[in-house]
Design a protein around this ligand. Sequence first.
Ligand code: ASP
Length: 441
Amino acid sequence: MKKVVKFGGSSLADAKQFKKVGDIIRSDADRCFVVPSAPGKRHAKDTKVTDMLIEAYQLASEKKEKELHKQILAIKGRYDEIIHGLKLDFSLDQDFVEIEKQLNEDPYLDFAASRGEHLNGKIMANYLGYEFVDPYDVIYFNEEGNLNAYKTEKLMAKRLEECPKAVIPGFYGQAKDGRVKTFSRGGSDVTGSIVAGASGADVYENWTDVSGFLIADPRIIKEPKGINTITYRELRELSYMGASVLHEDAIFPVRSKGIPINIKNTNRPEDEGTWIVESTARKPQYLITGIAGKKGFCAVDITKALMNSEIGFGRKVLQAFEDHGIAFEHMPSGIDTMTIVVHEDEFLDKEQGVVSEIHRLTHPDSIEIEPDLALIAIVGRGMKSAYGVSGRIFSALAHARVNVRMIDQGSSELNIIVGVDSSDFEKAIKAIYDIFVTTQL
Ligand code: ASP
């Protein structure tokens, strides 16, 4: 059995956390490839090392040499604390001299940001006695700045064949021009997934500071239950609606190989966490797998008598949005009405332009814009074979005196999306959680 383990920043914030990680890795000989993030926050008011490095880049680009030197010392302090806390006979002094030199001579953001993982990887390799594999040599981006998946997989697989146990820092690789390039923030998740895919791992363990996904947002529901198993498709629906534990792009390299992801908690390693899988016979514990939602949408309602028989009507309406560079989120429709749901912040500046173009192209009877819409997705693979799911949702909302402004059920029967007033958002989520999880009526 081969396991790839990725540890997030809070799991590696200081020597104490590093020791927990070391214990986790040593407790299972299958954990052979380790992908670390940069040290994260040690407490709520702390700064992540990646953010300190970005700040260092800013100072360097403003040619503030003295301030840069101070910032470099502060970052070095974070690493020295870890090295001394682990009692390692190891130093990053020379690395910091070179980083400062590079930032003074030719500062660039991706190089600066990537050093957090690079240095943490070096410490981790020394601490574990594993080989250090620099992703600069094995992860490649193409001309457009996207991952060159084919080249990366080939090189990574070959390199990992040579070393049975290795540390591969997260978050960066090499751009087409030979410079260091990072993924977007949180991108160590993607590196972990690439390593898992290329090494043909049996499982990709992603260690963080929570025991996996929760059925609902803990800021809204007090101590919500966890999700034991979720499919990739369910996860996609929930993360689209704001549930975030894993970087969106981390799914693709493992999904195509059928490698499951197990989200685990470094501070509670005995918890099973959440399994993310392609498909499963495991029944969800509740009728729904999760609830997630977002505020900040608005609905554009277009009405025209006999719209249903007018060929090309829908296309023309969407054309108006496309011409203004606005993506639409949902499109529920009636016989003579059609609603386009869009992100408020993308739409507001352009609304009058869009409205006049819809008028010009389709000559509707009326167009109404409804702001302050919140969308809530109720997601679950179990819905398909159950009756009464939507009945329960709407009766729960009615009992909570929440007015439903929009309903959309995808043809996959994997989710039901309801639109409510932003002011009813929290109340609606509580009502839905209660009916499916707390009371299970
Ligand atoms: N250290 C990077 C960040 O803060 C990448 C990561 O942690 O995955 O975004």
